[in-house]
Ligand binder design. Structure first.
Ligand code: HEM
Length: 147
């Protein structure tokens, strides 16, 4: 399998896992069970690992996709958004871990949730630009099948 075909498989992991992590954090406010908050924490870690994998395979797909005309700016924006998104979630993981160790994550949780919402907005913007590249600009579409 060509290496540039792995990125589209990987992108589902950060999108699904990071959004579900935030969802469980909100759910834990309504249903006060520690299990939801704990699961959100582990999904955050897995989501970040997924984002790192998506970045690695995204960078490996960049050259092939760049052969399309009019795509350079969109790739750069998509790439920058991916790095910002992943940076936000790594920072959130570090902060969350520090406060969990001190046993007072609940105190900062409202701020965490706001920052995580911003992170998800960046994640969705990353995905939006990725989809735009593939479905509107024709990145990763075999030119021969369009003839
Ligand atoms: C958090 C990290 C990332 C996420 C969530 C993400 C998400 C996406 C999504 C949803 C698509 C559309 C896939 C499809 O529908 O087929 C896409 C395409 C693409 N992304 Fe990313 N991306 C990430 C990081 C990166 C990075 C760092 C690069 C490096 C430039 C990159 C390069 C590409 C390219 C070239 C495409 C079009 C070709 C393809 O699908 O492989 N991505 N991305």
């Amino acid at each position: 399998m060509p290496i540039e075909q792995i990125h589209p498989m990987m992108v589902h992991f950060p999108i699904a896992l990071l959004i579900t992590s935030l969802f469980l954090d909100f759910l834990s406010i309504i249903i006060k069970k520690d299990a939801f908050e704990k699961s959100a924490f582990y999904l955050l870690i897995l989501g970040i690992l997924g984002a790192v994998a998506a970045i690695i395979f995204g960078l490996l797909a960049e050259d092939a996709a760049s052969k399309r005309p009019n795509i350079a700016d969109t790739i750069e924006t998509h790439e920058a958004l991916a790095f910002i998104t992943t940076g936000i979630f790594i920072a959130l993981l570090i902060v969350r871990y520090i406060f969990m160790k001190k046993d007072n994550f609940k105190k900062v949780k409202p701020y965490y949730l706001i920052a995580a919402l911003i992170g998800v907005a960046f994640l969705l913007a990353t995905a939006k630009f990725g989809g735009h590249m593939v479905y509107e600009l024709g990145a990763a579409v075999n030119a021969n099948i369009l003839k």
